[in-house]
Design a protein around this ligand. Sequence first.
Ligand SMILES: [Zn+2]
Length: 168
Amino acid sequence: MKSLDSRIIPLPTEIAEAARSAIKAGAADHALVMAQSPGSCPCRHCLRWAKPGERVILFPYAAIPSGHPYAETGPIFVHAEKCERYRATNEYPAEFRSGRVLRAYDSNYNLIDAQVVNGNEPETVIERLFQNADAAFVDVRSVTHGCFTFRVLRVGHASGLPFDRVAL
Ligand SMILES: [Zn+2]
């Protein structure tokens, strides 16, 4: 697989663990869901689809934090059981090569460009989006449901920018 000049940022383990604690505590905005079919519940932590019969937690996640015009909180899944955080951070996750829209943001969380993968190599789309010098990160989302899947951070923008605090 083509290696990226950018870094894949899966959901932080602390957030997955917090969701697992919250469901045990009965949090009203967390739901335990049994995956019914392949390709229906993507885990944002290991960046795999839950297998039918696996349990996942559905909960709201602020991919773009409040205090910004493009602030956005939306539902995401993580495995209910412990899973390993995606580690091949220089490789685009194999299970999400289609059905995704890639949205480029600047370092102030403003949405500046977007492109549907649509049969293209996602690496090529990411490269194209990062040709814009203002693009600090690219969020990968479901093209049908709109849900946040993972973030791609431009290499070299990894320190001192506000999004590091919430996204890494
Ligand atoms: Zn997982």
